[in-house]
Design a binder for this molecule. Structure first.
Ligand code: ZN
Length: 114
């Protein structure tokens, strides 16, 4: 995913959704799927650049990572996969093949303003 586009979309949505009397956006809480491929560092940079001079300038982007699920196709055992560790292709209980159930999640959970 392109972080510049994502940063722009977040900024647009946040500015549209905050009440007019808002002085500053302090924090933007995002829910991000483990496999969404969004780099926080890169998103932070773009967001800081794009939000300059506006009500969301200096707002913190808080990532809440939602793990993907690895489901065994044989016994049905579910393991969570957070995208950082090595992907287990086989079930740890029975050795069956695991299937990755991904959600390409990415949304704004809530925004904190002052
Ligand atoms: Zn299994």
């Amino acid at each position: 995913m392109h972080e510049a586009t994502v940063a722009e979309a977040i900024l647009g949505l946040v500015l549209k959704s905050i009440p007019p009397e808002t002085l500053l956006v302090k924090k933007i809480n995002l829910v991000v799927g483990a496999l969404s491929g969004i780099e926080k560092e890169s998103l932070d940079l773009y967001f800081a650049e794009l939000s300059k001079g506006g009500k969301a300038a200096g707002a913190e982007l808080n990532f809440s990572i939602k793990p993907a699920k690895l489901v065994c196709t044989v016994c049905g055992k579910v393991n969570l996969f957070n995208g950082r560790e090595k992907l287990q292709e086989k079930c740890l209980s029975c050795g069956g093949l695991n299937k990755l159930e991904t959600e390409k999640l990415f949304y704004i959970d809530h925004v904190e303003v002052i």
